[in-house]
Design a protein around this ligand. Sequence first.
Ligand code: 4AZ
Length: 846
Amino acid sequence: MGSTVKYEAGNGHHEGVSFLNSSPSSKRRGKRKVVIIVIVLLLFLILTALGGILAWLFLFKSKSNSTQAVRNAAAPSVRAFSGSCTISSLDYSADYENSRSDQFYLIANAVTRMINSTISADSTIAPFFTQLAVNAFSEGSVIAYFWMRFDVSESNSAVLPSLSKSYVLSLLQKSTRKPKQTGVSEDLRITTVALSPADPRLLRFPKDENCMFDLTADPSGKKVNFTSPGFSKGAYARNEQCQYILRAQKGYVIYLNFPIFHIEDNCTGEFVTIFDSLSASDDDLITMKCGNRPPSNPLTVLSSGHVAMVSFINDGTSVYPGFSAEFHQVLKMKECKLVLPGSEGNFTSPYYPAFYPPNIDCVWTIQAPPGMRIRITFNMFRLLEPDVKDDCLKDYVELFGQRYCGEKLPFTVTSDGPTAVVNFHSDESQTDKGFEAEYSIYDPRKPCTDGQFACASGRCIPPDLKCDGWNDCEDLDDEQNCVCAADQFRCDNNLCKSLLWKCDHVNDCGDYSDEKGCQCEAKQWECNSGQCIPTEKYCNGVNDCADSSDELSCNSTTVPCTNAAYVCENNKCISKVNAECDGVTDCEDNSDERYCSCGNRPYKHNRIVGGTDADVGEWPWQVSLHYQGEGHLCGASIISDRWLVCASHCFQPTDRVDYSRPDKWTAYVGLRVQGDTSTAQIRKISKVITHEYYNGDTFDYDAAVLELSSPLTFSNTIQPICLPATSHIFQAGKSCYVTGWGTLTERGQLAQVLQKAEVKIINDTVCNSATSGQVTPRMMCSGYLTGGVDACQGDSGGPLSCMEDSGKWFLCGIVSWGEGCARRNKPGIYTRVPVIRKWIKEKTRI
Ligand code: 4AZ
């Protein structure tokens, strides 16, 4: 046993149990023999007591020690392993599921001693061996789950390479092959041992009662509920390490769902892990999650067998509601093999939209008549595992000789024969939502209907996407053999793009060919707009490029207060661009990070939320402004619990209606679907302040701030957006989002469901040419010169939201005007928020 083990007095309730199976016994044959026997017995008793103390120490160590394990978790010198072994010589008994039963104790003890003697006999790692426990059993002969911990001081770190999974596992495997050597486990035949590294914070002693639960599924299939501690009181207690053991009947798997899941965003100190076994092995990890999940994206996972374990760790640094979970048992899928019927249909990964289970292989076969082909479109695809590269060696979908994994935008694959075989493989750890796919059989001589264009891949796209300058087929097929218009040039990859995009420092062609041959001369620095400035002017604290890009990536140093500089509250200036709320303190007085409770989306959405309908809580600063009797008229953005930002033109009185009257306006906040006010907060407007310089002819200074009659309560679906500093730069080419309930087409109807569209910030020179010089310094362009994506009537006043590297969302623009909607070479025009930042502060103090 390692030198670091502390021996404690044996006061466990099983003190009387003998640990050694072979006790020396002999008959009395004289005094000397009696003395020898007494000595042997005494020795035996001492050894037994020592063994008992050791076993007790390992099995039932006090809570303070396991808490210590959590505290030490960050130390690099802790190595922990978790694993399981199959005991084939025992019949399973339900008593093994009760960690307080004698049976549990006896077998746990025997397994512990076997592992203990194996590890202790290895002089390399034994000195660092500090803890060991058998924490649970499950059926399958008998499976024992155990863990062990090693603590290595800095001075002994040379041993760390030996403390590997393969080294420790080979020791265990060797010893289980010759069980008699341990002298204690003749009756324990161990057939298989599995071992994996484990997070030491998740290892618990079975006797520890603090936040430990052993739950069994109802055989009738009824759901069994459990929650994080303190959930019913609205928040969890501080510093908890909880463990929930979930069991189902043999032949069943566990279907586990979290209807409510709201813990801290950052997974380092607070997280939920779900394991596909009763050991906290990294190899059995189904998933690890933190954050706040919206009802539209609940966490639902499946186990591969009849047990699962949930761990919840929180470091007590913050208070969140926690989670409520439910599970039930479902019959284990016998076979995941299907011949898909008919000429079209859908198929999904098993249990979709729940996470697919670990350890499953599926095959779908589609058979078309001779001469026909098969088209398969994956509408949703998420097989994401940390650290997995393009080689797809873990979970994957395989078809036509190609493996797919990770997270993908919708994509289509077509067969070159009449048969398609789709294979799906999930390995033993880390699962995800999987995929949803549709298939159809088509005639390669006439692959598309309704006049759609057929890509070489067999995919069909609307005819107007042909030769539109965008790679809609994914293989550029729709952009081949196109005649570029007079105002276009041809990229190297054959796309036709607007001449305005040439040398604008945005990779519009996709192959950088539009940005070739645009360099500045030697000793010149090239601004992002293409402008050339003398090298020494780069990062001099003065805005030399028209787009300020020369001051964009400079370190924060105190500089003269020019326009390009960020002004701290103490009136000192720093040169770092976009310093506010970037998570780094740049001002001496910390003022750049002081007002940063903004721009957050509490709900965790999948990174790629397809479609154009916004998800619940995706744009929590979006407001719908209704005018009495006319319903939704304009959008707006929340900037504080009392103030909204909007466009001035929404409040201009006409001959017929006085839109400037605040009392006639109502703000709907937290709304997604017009008419569904169940989650909305509704406020009257008490004050409308339009910009003094607003010009109704040019739409210059198209900005307004609105005061609410009573403050908002922020929630998962109601949050303020960050206001950018005057010096904030949103670079050309950056992808941002415009949102609103505006009309879906130029003369169409208002949207019922909040819409979102990704648009790119357009370079000022291009913007000016595209609008024939109608753009003032208070305006900016965003969208696509090829048209197709834009804001429209009814979106006015709403936000153009851009996410910065910090993950926070900033109000970059206010929807203002445009020539029609989504027209070619007519981007949307927005009020530039940094230039009206001072004015907003003047009016609202925000
Ligand atoms: C409008 O009438 C409007 N395409 C807003 C934005 C755009 C056009 C019209 C931009 O509110």
